[in-house]
Design a protein around this ligand. Structure first.
Ligand code: URA
Length: 210
């Protein structure tokens, strides 16, 4: 139904997600699971990275061996909840460059407005992975990707924990060239823009705010 969407249905991902959804799970545990699950989803989103052969010497003999090719990838966190995904992925890909996009919703126009934007140089030469745990309406994600394209990015993937059909459709309409990788596609958005059944406010749950 959504050819640009991949749901990572690995049992470990699904198990960890269930604990994260549970409202009784503590902030501490939620953050730990988010870190773990982000690495498992990152494994999927980086599956087709290009490799090149380099010559190395094992203790026994020389051999040609594969290494990641090209410029270091850029991880772009959509503030503030994106930062919870970022930490785990950076442990897996420590050489990645990191950028941040901050957007808020104008209370009158309801349009996303940029308040922070800082990304690595040479975006046109990098794989760009945008991270935001909750793809809800898709408006802020689509706006963030507009900004990244203006900064030169052409090879972009979007990594989230949960997606709503509304957000997936919005992204497909705005950015059909951007594949989405998520741990689950939930049922719908409620009147307040929350994903149902979801896990509540991801930022509040990871930072212990209300
Ligand atoms: N943002 C969240 O943190 N949770 C939702 O359910 C939707 C958007």
């Amino acid at each position: 139904m959504y050819d640009h969407l991949t749901v990572v249905d690995h049992p470990l991902v699904q198990h960890k997600l269930t604990i994260m959804r549970d409202k009784g799970t503590s902030t501490h545990k939620f953050r730990q699971l988010l870190r773990e699950i982000s690495q498992l989803i990152a494994y999927e989103v980086t599956r087709e990275l290009d490799l090149e052969e380099v010559e190395i010497e094992t203790p026994l003999q020389p051999m040609p061996a594969p290494k990641l090719a090209g410029k270091k990838m850029a991880l772009i966190s959509i503030l503030r909840a994106g930062n919870g995904l970022l930490d785990g992925i950076l442990e897996l890909i420590p050489g990645a460059r990191v950028g941040f996009v901050g957007l808020y919703r104008d209370p009158e126009t309801l349009e996303p407005v940029q308040y922070y934007f800082k990304v690595p140089e040479e975006m046109q030469d990098r794989l760009v992975i945008v991270v935001d745990p909750m793809l809800a309406t898709g408006n802020s994600s689509a706006a963030a990707i507009d900004l990244l394209k203006q900064a030169g990015a052409t090879n972009i993937r979007f990594l989230c924990l949960l997606a709503a059909p509304e957000g997936v459709a919005r992204m497909k309409e705005a950015h059909p060239d951007v594949p989405i990788v998520t741990a689950a596609l939930d049922s719908h958005l409620n009147d307040h823009g929350y994903i149902v059944p979801g896990l509540g406010d991801a930022g509040d749950r990871m930072f212990g705010t209300k």
